[in-house]
Ligand binder design. Structure first.
Ligand SMILES: NC(=O)c1ccc[n+]([C@@H]2O[C@H](COP(=O)([O-])OP(=O)(O)OC[C@H]3O[C@@H](n4cnc5c(N)ncnc54)[C@H](O)[C@@H]3O)[C@@H](O)[C@H]2O)c1
Ligand SMILES: O=c1ccn([C@@H]2O[C@H](COP(=O)(O)OP(=O)(O)O[C@H]3O[C@H](CO)[C@@H](O)[C@H](O)[C@H]3O)[C@@H](O)[C@H]2O)c(=O)[nH]1
Length: 703
């Protein structure tokens, strides 16, 4: 193992500077130019919210084979089953595609005739494996991602703020024990600054003779709910390495994996400690924005300012930007609080007490927001919750995930139970046992919980005879706002089968191709006439559409129209306005979403009948008009499969709530507490609700 002597190690930072000054690759995108090994097999230790999706996307986008291992056998069994252990939009489709994917050598040139591609049966090639055989997977891999959990310590010194590195150390020791050949070990878990040094020392001390390890830091920045989109189109890939020739070579090897789908300029290399700290810093800054806007929400409620308007106004300043400025009941999730505590602990360890106080304030504000919202609800309900029923809509910490870690709903529900209220919870994705576990772990008495709390299969059931509805998660189905950017009722779904592109107009408002939102399909609920969807203009991006009449998958790739060109029909029934000669759009394996044979399909794959939000959609898109050619009757089996894939836990349909129906069953006066500002208040007021929302003037001020 190349481990510099301590003295040299201590001056790593100065060596980074001199390397950069000499025009070497650290800190620049030239890293991939360094001669390096090519990775063929990756093993990912940890099959959680990061390990699973990250591995699936690497297998999907690169030529690397990935094995995901976990010490939790139940989790691995779930990954191999129809019901994945986590919910992420698009994840199941990608896992299915790469678990039996057509090997590139078996794929046909996209210019070949369709007849040829139809006649040759594709050979399934497994690119992604899940296993509990950790040792074997380590032995087989060139490169190992350590993607294990790093929770906040719950014992001993640093309890409640330091990171618990038990799992990282155990994983490291396993690698050292098993590896009999050189490995690159990639620290992907979020860890305190300088953890890579501990990993290096443990590996060096336990390595088999002649085996060398290179340790890299490669933090993950995906957000849950958009993990697949984030992994397909990351803002940046950070790779930290030792500033030595061997460290740079290892970084180049990892960069070579990402380079297969991430533009080079987004692959950034730096020193190990900067990389580790960048991850903590990014989360701390993001959380700080949310605490800032939540602090402003209290001022808004007291003054009559509207927090959405204030956020909007601030976000228009290009130095501030619009993201992460949505007021809410407090941030949740497994990362923000943990990672800020990490910085707090680090600062205190370095005797930087004022710095620690500064970051701790972000968490204190978050806690305050949850308590403030609780108090406002109690105050509105005449300062008494005893005997009242509260329906809590949403338990996940944000929409589009089944994750409940640190969800603000846990605190709110516990508070309501403490006030002796009856609480009925509904969440479209979260399993009932998960909800109970969270509430019990939060310290609520199990007997009391059993008497006071129920978990319901539908929102209507939760709201029957309720005095108040509390919206805790911004699931689209709860919203009553008039916008096309919502999920439509199932019965309104009709197939987009064969598509006829009528027009293709450029809607370029930005010269910068963000590449984001590529997996979004925006469609009008009424498809009997023309429907439209957006295709990112980035070359090679596209949609995959399953034809409900025969189950075939068709691709439509994005092409810029040339002026005066008229649409032409492709053999697959898909036509486009071509900028170049019409390309054959191959028909892929039916039954699963797959990558285009030329590997060009970027990330847009949607099924007919699925209408997702347009929120966050890129500005640099091309609008494609498409006409449905199939009668609606053909949808049923597709819809059933789509539905089964989307709703493995509940079997409920993600339709928008009928608030009139909710109103008809509630006790009077009826309250709605909109914790996410996703409701049209005037519509609810017309139904007789009294609406209170975060950051909007209410009937009481809770401070
Ligand atoms: N959840 C996110 O959105 C997110 C995003 C970016 C970074 N991170 C960071 O990534 C890391 C993983 O997060 P997560 O949410 O995926 O955690 P997780 O708890 O969902 O998954 C971690 C998995 O690692 C497994 N594991 C533990 N020790 C192991 C070992 N020795 N060998 C094999 N498997 C082992 C656990 O059984 C568990 O299934 C954390 O450090 C987290 O801070 C998380
Ligand atoms: O404007 C906003 C944005 C988010 N939230 C809340 O903040 C929490 C976190 O949301 P988000 O950041 O979208 O999800 P995470 O999955 O926790 O992702 C964060 O944490 C990950 C783990 O480290 C990082 O990788 C991501 O970059 C970082 O965004 C959730 O409760 C959201 O409801 C708000 O209240 N207002």
């Amino acid at each position: 193992m190349e481990l510099p002597p301590d003295a040299a190690f201590a001056s790593a930072d100065s060596r980074v500077r001199s390397t950069a000054a000499a025009g070497r690759s650290i800190g620049s995108m030239g890293i991939v130019e360094i001669p390096h090994k090519t990775v063929q097999r990756i093993t990912c230790m940890g099959s959680g919210f990061v390990g699973g999706p990250t591995s699936a996307v690497i297998a999907y986008k690169s030529d690397v084979e990935v094995t995901v291992v976990d010490i939790n056998a139940d989790r691995i069994a779930a990954w191999k089953s129809e019901s994945l252990p986590i919910y992420e939009p698009g994840l199941k489709e990608i896992v299915q595609a790469v678990s039996a994917r057509v090997h590139p050598s078996q794929q046909h040139d996209s210019h070949e005739s369709n007849a040829a591609s139809d006649n040759v049966a594709p050979v399934p090639h497994v690119k992604l494996l899940f296993s509990t055989d950790v040792d074997q997977a380590i032995a087989d891999a060139d490169l190992i991602f350590v993607c294990v959990n790093t929770p906040t310590k719950a014992h001993g010194i640093g309890k409640g703020s330091a990171a618990d590195l038990d799992f990282v150390e155990a994983a490291t020791r396993t690698i050292a024990r098993v590896a009999t050949q050189d490995k690159i070990v990639v620290e992907k878990s979020t860890v305190p600054c300088r953890t890579a040094q501990s990993i290096r020392e443990i590996l060096a001390a336990n390595a088999h003779p002649g085996v060398r390890f290179d340790v890299l830091s490669n933090p993950e920045f995906l957000a849950e709910g958009t993990a697949i989109r984030d992994l397909l189109n990351p803002d940046r890939i950070i790779i930290g390495s030792m500033p030595t020739p061997a460290g740079c070579r290892a970084a180049a090897t990892l960069a070579g994996v990402y380079e297969q789908w991430v533009p080079r300029e987004r692959i950034i290399t730096m020193n190990l400690w900067s990389s580790e700290l960048s991850k903590l810093a990014a989360n701390a800054m993001l959380a700080q924005r949310i605490s800032s806007v939540n602090a402003l929400s209290a001022i808004c409620e007291a003054t009559g300012a509207d927090v959405d308007e204030v956020s909007y106004a601030c976000g228009l300043d290009s130095r501030i930007g619009p993201q992460m400025l949505k007021a809410g009941p407090g941030f949740g999730g497994s990362c923000f609080q943990k990672d800020i505590f990490n910085i707090v602990y680090l600062s205190e360890s370095l005797h930087l007490y004022e710095i620690a106080d500064y970051w701790r304030a972000v968490i204190n504000m978050n806690e305050h927001q949850k308590q403030r919202f609780t108090k406002r609800i109690i105050a509105c309900l005449y300062n008494n919750l005893a005997g009242k029923k509260l329906a809590v809509l949403g338990f996940a910490f944000k929409k589009n995930t089944s994750d409940t870690r640190e969800s603000p709903a846990i605190t709110l529900v516990s508070n309501f139970v403490g006030e002796r209220a009856q609480v009925a919870i509904y969440d479209p994705r979260v399993r009932e046992d998960q909800i109970w576990r969270e509430l019990i772990n939060n310290g609520s008495d199990a007997e009391m919980l059993k008497r006071k709390v129920s978990v319901c299969a539908t929102a209507y059931e939760a709201c029957v005879a309720a005095d108040a509805v509390v919206v805790m998660t911004e699931w689209d189905e709860f919203s009553n706002k008039s916008t096309s950017a919502v999920t439509v009722r199932k019965e309104e779904r009709k197939p987009l089968a064969t598509l006829n592109v009528n027009t293709c107009t450029s809607k370029s408002t930005s010269s910068q191709d963000t590449g984001h939102g590529a997996s979004r399909l925006l469609s009008s609920p009424k498809l009997d006439g023309a429907a439209s969807f957006w295709v990112p203009s980035r070359k090679g991006a596209g949609v995959v559409i399953k034809d409900p009449s025969n189950g075939q998958i068709k691709t439509f790739t994005s092409q810029r129209p040339s002026s005066g060109s008229s649409p032409s029909q492709s053999p697959g029934g898909v036509s486009a306005s071509p900028a170049s000669p019409p390309r054959r759009l191959p028909i892929l394996q039916s039954g699963s979403v797959n990558v285009a044979p030329d590997g060009s399909l970027d990330s847009l794959y949607q099924f007919p009948g699925e209408y997702l939000t347009s929120e966050g959609f890129p500005t640099d898109c091309e609008k494609v008009q498409a006409t449905s050619k199939l009668p609606p009757a053909a949808t049923s089996s597709i819809d059933a499969r789509l539905h089964a894939a989307e709703m493995p836990d509940k079997g409920a349909t993600p339709t928008r709530l009928d608030w009139a129906r909710i109103a008809s069953g509630m006790r009077k006066p009826m309250f709605v507490f909109d914790g996410r500002n996703i409701l049209d208040h005037s519509k609810l007021e017309a139904l007789g609700f009294r609406v209170e929302a975060i950051g909007k003037r209410g009937t009481v001020v809770s401070e």
